[in-house]
Design a binder for this molecule. Structure first.
Ligand SMILES: NC(=O)c1ccc[n+]([C@@H]2O[C@H](COP(=O)([O-])OP(=O)(O)OC[C@H]3O[C@@H](n4cnc5c(N)ncnc54)[C@H](OP(=O)(O)O)[C@@H]3O)[C@@H](O)[C@H]2O)c1
Length: 259
């Protein structure tokens, strides 16, 4: 019998797609979630919280490979630390991590920068925890998933006038294409930091919103908002993009049309 692959965040947007693809590849899959769930479709669910470390030892027990997709807008370095500690004790052979394009480029020197873009700092810190873990590892950075952009657009469109950070661009990518690459990396040899993965096109943030408004047959005035700080300046210069790695295929328009 082969040991199961643990997918943290296997209930989330990306993790669910990773789980499905690993199952399709014939792998035995275990999912970590903060909520308890009954086993389903051959997937075993383990209850645990990476922020506190509770339940993590049992989740990694007997696991050789871990795909770490759990994340939130804060504290991913602590989650990575708790996971790495338990995985090292359990003797895991390969830890695969998903991070974000720009994690190493967005400066977070000031309070303003950290308040607005602290997520990028916590992803970089988590990457370092993984790289320094002593485990064999693979880290992939991806640009923003379509689902995230849609959620933001839906929230923003509730406002009568929609503020959009002036000069910001986004390169949205299909989460299932990222899942396919993660599964390929998971089933391969540990590869360290692999090339970034970006969506097929770079859009102005306002154009993405306009696309959503058009597709949902709404009209809203857009108000460009000049964000202060060095991190925002790096965003305006495209620090969150990977135009030379525009390897994704499905476009924002295709995603919207299917929704
Ligand atoms: N969304 C993007 O555009 C994007 C782009 C690049 C990289 N990423 C990275 O990709 C990963 C997945 O993103 P996503 O958008 O798929 O996330 P998501 O849909 O928000 O799902 C988050 C997942 O993390 C789990 N989780 C959160 N906090 C946890 C904790 N304390 N302990 C255990 N599990 C926890 C949740 O599980 P339960 O709720 O079941 O506990 C859920 O399965 C994240 O690391 C994110 O930073 C995302």
């Amino acid at each position: 019998m082969t040991s199961p692959i643990l997918v943290t965040g296997g209930t989330g947007t990306l993790g669910r797609l990773v789980v499905r693809r690993l199952r399709d590849a014939g792998c035995d899959v275990r999912v970590l979630s903060r909520r308890s769930r009954a086993a389903k479709d051959g997937i075993q669910f383990m209850t645990g919280d990476l922020a506190t470390g509770e339940g993590i030892e049992a989740a990694v027990d007997g696991v050789a490979t871990i795909v770490h997709c759990a994340g939130s807008n804060k504290g991913d370095e602590d989650k990575a630390r708790n996971l790495v500690r338990a995985a090292s004790r359990a003797g895991a052979a390969h830890l695969v991590y998903i991070s974000v394009v720009g994690a190493d480029r967005i400066p977070l020197g000031s309070r303003v920068d950290r308040a607005m873009f602290g997520y990028f700092g916590s992803k970089l810190a988590a990457e370092r925890v993984v790289a320094d873990s002593g485990l064999s590892w693979t880290t992939l950075r991806a640009t923003q998933f379509h689902e995230l952009i849609l959620t933001v657009a839906q929230q923003m469109a509730k406002l009568p006038v929609v503020p959009i950070p002036a000069g910001f661009q986004v390169q949205p990518i299909d989460a299932d294409e990222v899942a396919a690459r993660l599964v390929e990396l998971t089933l391969g040899e540990p590869a360290g930091q692999v090339p970034d993965m970006g969506g097929p096109r770079v859009y102005g943030a306002a154009d993405l919103l306009r696309g959503y408004l058009r597709a949902s047959q709404r009209r809203r005035p857009i108000l460009p908002l000049w964000l202060p700080g060095k991190a925002a300046r790096v965003f305006r210069a495209g620090g969150n993009l990977a135009p030379e790695q525009a390897v994704g295929h499905r476009t924002w328009e295709e995603f919207l049309a299917e929704r």
